[in-house]
Design a protein around this ligand. Sequence first.
Ligand SMILES: C[S@@+](CC[C@H](N)C(=O)[O-])C[C@H]1O[C@@H](n2cnc3c(N)ncnc32)[C@H](O)[C@@H]1O
Length: 273
Amino acid sequence: MKPIEIEEIEIDLILDAMFKRHGYDFRDYARASLKRRLMHRVISENLSHISEMFPKIMRDEAFFKRLLLDLSITVTEMFRDAGFYQAFRETIVPKLRVFPFFKIWHAGCATGEEVYSMAILLHEEGLLKKAQIYATDFNSRALESAKEGLYAADNLALHEKNYSDAGGKTALKDYYRAMYQSFKIHDFLKEKITFADHNLATDGVFGEMHVILCRNVMIYFNQKLQTRVLTLFLNSLDHRGYLCLGKKESLFTTGVVDAFERVSREYSIYRKK
Ligand SMILES: C[S@@+](CC[C@H](N)C(=O)[O-])C[C@H]1O[C@@H](n2cnc3c(N)ncnc32)[C@H](O)[C@@H]1O
């Protein structure tokens, strides 16, 4: 048997073990990037083969936590893809104005920059008081950072630029307190946000949302898992609710294409039919 085939078998066995032992299901993640992440852990632990991770997955909790962090890519920015927020202001905000109360779900919120960007946008549109925002991820460490809203100042210039390109109405510094080499999001922006653990591969519906954002998450999933997650979103959306995906993501190759109409091609915004 060729070595490449051995590796594929090893990956299948490791993924089964992770699911059976810990309940985390990576079996339908896009294979190439998954393999890169697994190999990264093999090298970091000075192991020779993927299958050497098997006993560690079974019995070494600290190892499993490190592996889980490797498999969760949390890269994000405030007002990432600034044009998306412009499109959101133009197309979705007017629809939200008619509701006395509305719910937004950020699925795969990572360390929270996206959800605070939304809270700022809604505040500037005078809508934050009417909002209930849910921000979920399966990475508990990322969720802790998100709740705290404390970020390294390194990327502040990028966040500020994104904010202004996104049509920000004042200055981003109005929304945080600058600290030594970091900045902390003001508490009033957190009041309408509930952070929660939710795994898109295994958990269920998150009820009656007016808008769901799941940006730059499904890019890591294969088509089968994308269809599962999109069906979950379809069932979690209110009548005529909006679904916002990442710029490089689309639902046109999945099983739910007929259930949505496209609102913005450039920013992957869809609406439930
Ligand atoms: C690249 S970040 C995207 C963050 C943000 N949405 C953005 O666009 O900037 C991807 C996030 O998806 C989360 N994620 C990956 N698989 C997940 C799953 N099965 N359930 C919940 N979250 C998941 C990761 O933990 C990570 O925080």
